[in-house]
Design a binder for this molecule. Structure first.
Ligand code: NAD
Length: 247
């Protein structure tokens, strides 16, 4: 039987990169997937690529009304939620001296607050066997001068998952974080522009496996954590990073 047969999943930031690759895999594994994102055109493209068993709900994870609308749609269409992949995130590399209060709020609103309320508002729909998966980053435990706010939001996710492990285990709901290393997605170009190729070469020298990851490799880890194959795993921080966090 496919790993996610009959499961209902929500994937935030599901129209590109890691979220899109995961949506495709989840559907292949038998799930019905709701994807969210801010841009309708990107969502439409993603729905066409995923092909079937998918609904797109346009919305911003930092907007609580949008999150309510998302879960209302899940409740109306499917009546339950088995898997939440809270994956949407942004990275705006700037050293501490250059971060404005607006930059700070934007990064925390999307990457930390957006994840917190996406999870809180999902809980009424989640029952025994539910799986919450967050997309963190290996940067949560590193000191890299251009990522003061980004890395702190990802450290917050690591902490949320520990709390939810304790809080939700009694309800049969698991919570884990995947920490990708550098992965080939639009987020790289968004951060580094014309220097993207040079940055990728630099990342390669830092990763023991000597290459950038593929979004499909993160999707494989998400399938594992979403499925009953990981039924005794909660509270973990799973690096999917070619060994980067280990060295
Ligand atoms: P991506 O830019 O393709 O995906 C991010 C997704 O989040 C996009 O679809 C974007 O539209 C969506 N998003 C951003 N802000 C949103 C908001 N306010 N509301 C709803 N959706 C929003 O890049 P990706 O690499 O696939 O990123 C996915 C996650 O992986 C992010 O949380 C990112 O921090 C994390 N990550 C990526 C890498 C990497 O190297 N690619 C490494 C570590 C962690």
């Amino acid at each position: 039987m496919p790993a996610l047969q009959g499961k209902i999943a929500v994937i935030t930031g599901g129209s590109t990169g890691i979220g899109l690759a995961t949506a495709k895999r989840f559907v292949k594994e038998g799930a019905y997937v709701f994807i969210t994102g801010r841009r309708q055109a990107e969502l439409d493209k993603a729905v066409a690529e995923i092909g079937s068993n998918v609904t797109a709900v346009q919305g911003d994870v930092s907007n609580l009304d949008d999150l309510d609308r998302l879960y209302e749609e899940v409740a109306t269409k499917k009546g339950k939620l088995d898997v939440l992949f809270a994956n949407a995130g942004i990275a705006e590399p700037k050293p501490t001296a250059a971060v404005s209060p607006e930059d700070y709020d934007k990064t925390f609103d999307i990457n930390a607050r957006g994840v917190f309320f996406a999870v809180q508002k999902a809980l009424p729909l989640m029952k025994e066997g539910g799986s919450i998966i967050l997309t963190g980053s290996g940067l949560w435990q590193k000191g890299v001068p251009i990522y003061p706010t980004y890395a702190a939001t990802k450290a917050a996710l690591r902490s949320f998952v520990r709390t939810w492990t304790a809080d939700l285990a009694g309800k049969g709901i698991r919570a884990n974080v995947i920490n990708p290393g550098p992965v080939e997605t639009p987020i790289l170009k968004g951060q580094f522009g014309e220097n993207t190729e040079a940055m990728k070469e630099r990342f390669k020298t830092m990763v023991p496996m000597g290459r950038i990851g593929k979004p499909e490799e993160i999707a494989s880890a998400a399938v594992f954590l979403a499925s009953d194959e990981s039924s005794y795993i909660t509270g973990i921080d799973l690096p999917v990073d070619g060994g980067l966090a280990a060295v």
